[in-house]
Design a protein. Structure first.
Length: 318
C-alpha cells in the first residue's frame, strides 16, 4: 500500500463528507491525485484576498476560520473530515477569510482540476459538495444575523442613558428633527418641555453622588410613569430632561407639565435608613412654529425653563 493510502487510513475516506457514497474504486484515484501537507500550529493556511487553487481536506488537528482579522473571534472551527477553500476553488475568486491551524494539522490537498473532475463524474460527490456549500451558506447567514443583532444592541447602548433608561441626547437630536419636520409639514401641534432639577448641585454636594444619581433616576422614572409610551423622553444631560409630545397644543402641554411637576415633588428619593425628601423641578414649555429647526425649538424650551427658574423654581413657564 502506498504512503498516501497509509496516511489517509488515519481518517477513512468514508468519514469525509465530500466522499460519502462515492464509489470505492474512484477513491484510490482521488488519493493518487492529491498531495499531503503538515501545518504547524499557528500557521495560516488561507488568507483573505489570496488566489487559491486547492481544496484542503482536514485529516487531523483543528483549523479556525476568521472573517475579519486574527484578533477577532473565530466564526467556525473545522474538525477532521471538514474541508477548507471550497468557495474559492469553485468560483475562482480570491479567498474571503483566514484559515489558521489551531493545533498541528495534516491536510489532504486536492487540486482544483481534480475537484471539478470528481464533481463531473460522480453524482454523489457533486451532491456532497452542494451539501457542504449549503452548510457554509447557512453558517454565514447565522453569522450575519448574530452580527446584526450585536450591532442593534450596540446601537441601543449608544442611544440609551444607562442611569435613567431614557434615550440620550444623541438619539434626541435625530428623533426631534423628524418630529419637528413632521409637525411643520402637517400643521399638527408639537409641544416640547425642558425639565431641570432645582438646586441639584447643592443636593449632590449635601448627600453625595450616589444620592444624586438616585434623585436623577427617581425623576426620570416619574416622568416615564406619567407619560404615554409614544411621547419622546430623553436625558438631555446632567440633571436636565427633554420631553416632546406630538399632537398637543400649548394649553394642554402646560397642564401635563404641571402634573409632572406635582408628581416629582411628591416622589421620595430612595435612601437608607429612610428615604430623602423629594426634589423639585422647573419646567419650560414651548411649541413648534413654522420656520423653526431643532436648535430653535430647544432654545425656546430652554428660555422658558429659565423663566420658570426666575419665578422661584418648582414652577412651570412657557
Amino acid at each position: 500500500m502506498s504512503e498516501k493510502v497509509q496516511i489517509v487510513d488515519e481518517l477513512p475516506l468514508d468519514r469525509v463528507p465530500l466522499f460519502l457514497d462515492v464509489a470505492q474504486e474512484a477513491l484510490q484515484g482521488i488519493v493518487d491525485g492529491c498531495s499531503f501537507r503538515e501545518i504547524p500550529s499557528g500557521e495560516i493556511l488561507l488568507r483573505p484576498e489570496s488566489i487559491n487553487l486547492e481544496l484542503f481536506i482536514l485529516l487531523s488537528g483543528r483549523l479556525l476560520v476568521y472573517l475579519e482579522d486574527l484578533d477577532s473571534d473565530p466564526v467556525a472551527m473545522l474538525e477532521p473530515g471538514d474541508v477548507a477553500g471550497e468557495l474559492s476553488v469553485l468560483d475562482g475568486k480570491p479567498t474571503s477569510a483566514y484559515v489558521v491551524a489551531d493545533e498541528h494539522c495534516r491536510v489532504m490537498v486536492m487540486p482544483r482540476e481534480l475537484v471539478w473532475s470528481l464533481a463531473t463524474v460522480s453524482h454523489a460527490a457533486a451532491c456532497n459538495l452542494l451539501t457542504i456549500l449549503s452548510g457554509r451558506v447557512r453558517k454565514a447567514d447565522r453569522t450575519i444575523t448574530e452580527q446584526m443583532l450585536r450591532e442593534r444592541s450596540f446601537h441601543c447602548y449608544g442611544t440609551v442613558d444607562a442611569l435613567t433608561g431614557m434615550h440620550n441626547r444623541y438619539w434626541l437630536n435625530d428623533m426631534l428633527a423628524r418630529m419637528v419636520t413632521r409637525s411643520i409639514r402637517s400643521g399638527a401641534p408639537l409641544a416640547v418641555m425642558m425639565i431641570d432639577i432645582d438646586n441639584f448641585k447643592e443636593f449632590d454636594d449635601s448627600y453625595g453622588h450616589l444620592c444624586g444619581d438616585r434623585a436623577i433616576h427617581a425623576v426620570a422614572q416619574t416622568i416615564l410613569d406619567h407619560l404615554r409610551p409614544t411621547v419622546l423622553t430623553a436625558r438631555y444631560g446632567g440633571d436636565e430632561f427633554f420631553v416632546a409630545i406630538p399632537g398637543v397644543a400649548m394649553e394642554r402641554a402646560l397642564e401635563i407639565a404641571e402634573r409632572l411637576r406635582e408628581a416629582i415633588a411628591a416622589t421620595e428619593i430612595p435612601h437608607s435608613p429612610a428615604p430623602l425628601a423629594p426634589v423639585t423641578v422647573s419646567i419650560g414649555v414651548a411649541g413648534v412654529h413654522p420656520g423653526q429647526g431643532v436648535d430653535d425649538v430647544i432654545a425656546a424650551a430652554d428660555a422658558a425653563l429659565y423663566r420658570a427658574k426666575g419665578f422661584g423654581r418648582n414652577s412651570v413657564s412657557q
